[in-house]
Design a protein around this ligand. Structure first.
Ligand code: SF4
Length: 124
């Protein structure tokens, strides 16, 4: 597989694969050891910080932006999005509020990244 390294602005294009039958990964295009580690992680266990929005009831806005507190496995993103789509929170919500301590069984939390006031209290 080909990946673009995001560790530094060089954005090296790296080719990484594992030989049939196993063994050490074959890596081409990485300019440094950080890129090699990144490419192997992308091959074996790709993870991402997930950002989305959650519905807010009774707020000045209908949704609040959220993100996971750390990266989650890419394979779990679908489960996490289903959970997020099913979730609704009551206003007020403050940036940094923990909206879930364990999103979709990943063991990773989810926090609001913005503040939504309670409707009718915008000037307080
Ligand atoms: S491989 Fe090294 S030099 Fe290239 S983008 Fe990644 S960190 Fe930067």
């Amino acid at each position: 597989m080909d990946v673009t390294c995001i560790i530094c602005p060089n954005s090296c294009r790296i080719s990484v694969s594992r030989p049939e039958g196993g063994g050490a990964p074959v890596i081409r295009g990485a300019e440094c050891s950080k890129g090699i580690s990144y490419a192997i992680e992308e091959l074996d266990n790709p993870v991402r910080v997930l950002t989305s929005t959650v519905r807010v009831e009774g707020g000045t806005h209908r949704v609040v932006p959220v993100r996971t507190t750390s990266p989650i496995p890419k394979a779990k993103i679908g489960d996490c999005m289903k959970y997020i789509d099913s979730l609704a929170v009551s206003a007020p919500v403050a940036a940094g509020d923990v909206l879930s301590g364990d999103i979709a069984g990943t063991g990773v939390g989810m926090v609001a990244t913005w503040t939504v006031q309670k409707r009718g209290r915008e000037r307080e």
